[in-house]
Ligand binder design. Structure first.
Ligand code: GLN
Length: 288
């Protein structure tokens, strides 16, 4: 009998079942995404090569990917990148993986950036940029914008710089390492942030992909999850022009509390923007 051949199709079927047994949510999709990456093709490329046998070293490398994934390492860390705003960002355990919901924050920022009263040059501050996804997306869309992006993590910032360079906007984003606001950089027309907003105690209930692999500093919003909203709200007035906007991403159910925090420090024109799941995800407010 001929020796069993591990073709693309057969390997995919085996891996899908294996992922299923391990309780993974998207077994076939993830099996395909990982194998396509390994073979340097897209998913259609896999379908066209169903009958092709894998080389021994390809099987070995794929086995390693499968082991990492069944240990619940996020797909994005295994691949080394994540798409955001249709751009590819290098990611690693030093940064949070950009989430699709955060694209709403980019969308709202672009909407406001088009308002004529925001005098040029359009200066935008991003607080807690992580891998730089939002800052880079905005720099690509707004050719006139001057962007300053901060992060407390020097490791995240070096990834962000790499991403900015890879997308050709390295010259137009100033990266500043530090806690929240960059001294001496005021004023800005727009301040945006997706701060850590998970209640400390809830961190342990998150999916293993998140709690065991992503940087908890980028998720931990303190005992009530609101710590950074308060600090950013308090600091923002001093960094915004009159009529400038502050935009923040929030977690489910946080809108009323974040609204209060903003009102307490004197912000007006508070508006909430839902994500595709109907969760009030973005809050935007204007400095009088
Ligand atoms: N949306 C992220 C999550 O649910 C949290 C991001 C954050 O804390 N800013 O994992």
């Amino acid at each position: 009998m001929a020796q069993e051949r591990w073709t693309v199709l057969k390997v995919l079927k085996w891996t899908t079942e294996h992922f299923q047994e391990k309780g993974m949510e998207n077994p076939r999709l993830e099996a395909e995404v990982l194998l396509a990456h390994l073979l340097g093709v897209d998913r259609v490329g896999l379908y066209l090569n169903y009958d092709k046998p894998l080389k021994e070293e390809e099987r070995k490398a794929y086995r390693e990917m499968i082991q990492r994934r069944t240990a619940r390492e996020p797909v994005a860390y295994i691949l080394g990148y994540k798409e955001f705003w249709s751009l590819r960002f290098k990611v690693g355990p030093e940064c949070l993986i950009p989430r699709p919901e955060t694209e709403h924050l980019v969308e709202e920022t672009l909407r406001l950036a088009a308002q004529e009263h925001l005098s040029l040059p359009l200066r935008i501050l991003e607080i807690g940029t992580g891998c730089g996804a939002m800052a880079v997306a905005l720099a690509k869309e707004l050719k006139e914008a001057h962007i300053v992006a901060t992060d407390i993590s020097p490791h995240a910032l070096s990834l962000a710089k790499e991403n900015a360079q890879a997308h050709g906007v390295g010259e137009r984003i100033k990266f500043v390492q530090g806690d929240l606001f960059p001294p001496g950089e005021a004023p800005f027309c727009l301040i945006i942030s997706n701060p850590p907003y998970i209640i400390t105690e809830d961190l342990f209930q998150l999916a293993p992909e998140v709690k065991d692999y992503e940087p908890l500093d980028a998720l931990d919003g303190g005992g009530n999850g609101l710590r950074f909203f308060r600090e950013i709200a308090q600091g923002s007035s001093g960094y915004l022009i009159k009529g400038g906007w502050l935009l923040l991403e929030m977690g489910e159910g946080q809108a009323p509390k974040v609204t209060n925090i903003l009102e307490e420090v004197g912000f007006t024109h508070i508006e909430l923007v839902p994500d595709y799941a109907g969760v009030k995800r973005v809050i935007r407010t204007q400095r009088e």
